[in-house]
Write a protein that binds this ligand. Structure first.
Ligand SMILES: [Zn+2]
Length: 273
């Protein structure tokens, strides 16, 4: 398949980067990166926090940017930081209109930065809070398919709404997640030469369950692979996704933006946007 046309037009359609860690960029670079993205037509950004210690800063940043929302929670890498009382602390933080999801949370059995049992407990705490508050979760899953699926199938997790961000879990898990009604987010990985295992899931995903994201500062798409990623490159990712789906970039951008607001409904109601 040939490379996507990087200058392809959005034709006025909205395009949202549904997962970018803008807090990882230096503050002046962050503003420049957002402006570059806006110049290319990127109309929204979701910033997932990695731990509760940065939640206030992330919220403050979102309040300064009408096109920016956040997920608040504790990443599996940081699961050991989760303390007694954090459920209540997170509940209070989530009352902010800019906090549209819980996360990012999940399991990472590749890096194992926290003990696996702890990762599972901390993810369960966050899922149960999300269900109670009727908020979606942003899920990180790496080398943990079996444990993830076991948790998803627990009866107490019925009603969970989720974005499986940077999906690379393979066809089998992909089909299970689709069956359960979850959303799958695709990153620059879909542009990598050796990523047939990621691309093969794309045709299986219903059109109303697909999201597009950069995962800034990681996973920059071709032709920027190896560089620091930035939200402007969501255009390259969306272009490739559109090619894989056999539709125009404008149509792909339009529907993934609609999907974003269908899942992250609080963003839809945010009057500052
Ligand atoms: Zn992330």
């Amino acid at each position: 398949m040939s490379a996507p046309e990087p200058t392809a037009e959005l034709g006025g359609a909205p395009l949202i980067d549904s997962h970018c860690h803008l807090q990882a960029l230096e503050s002046d670079e962050r503003e420049r990166a957002m402006d570059r993205a806006r110049e290319r037509g990127v109309s929204g950004f979701l910033v997932p926090a990695l731990h509760l210690g940065e939640a206030e800063d992330v919220l403050e940043f979102c309040h300064r940017n009408p096109d920016t929302w956040c997920a608040l929670g504790t990443h599996p890498h940081e699961a050991s930081q989760w303390q007694e009382g954090d459920r209540e602390r997170l509940r209070a933080l989530l009352s902010d209109p800019k906090a549209v999801a819980v996360g990012e949370c999940g399991l990472d059995f590749f890096y194992d930065h926290a003990p696996r049992q702890r990762q599972i407990e901390v993810m369960r705490e966050q899922w149960s809070l999300a269900i109670e508050l009727d908020l979606p979760v942003v899920v990180h899953n790496r080398e943990s398919n079996e444990a993830m699926l076991a948790q998803l199938l627990q009866p107490e997790h019925e009603g969970l709404q989720a974005d499986f961000h940077s999906f690379a879990g393979g066809l089998e898990l992909g089909r299970e997640l689709i069956e359960l009604g979850f959303y799958l987010g695709f990153t620059g990985m879909i542009t990598f030469k050796r990523a047939d295992n990621v691309r093969q899931v794309i045709p299986e995903v219903p059109h109303d369950r697909m999201l597009v994201e950069t995962d800034t500062p990681y996973l920059a798409p071709v032709p920027y692979r190896g560089k620091t990623n930035q939200p402007a490159y969501v255009v390259e990712i969306a272009s490739r996704l559109a090619v894989e789906c056999g539709e125009s970039l404008a149509d792909l951008a339009q529907r993934t933006s609609e999907n974003f607001f269908a899942l992250f409904t609080k963003a839809q109601g945010d009057s500052s946007a």
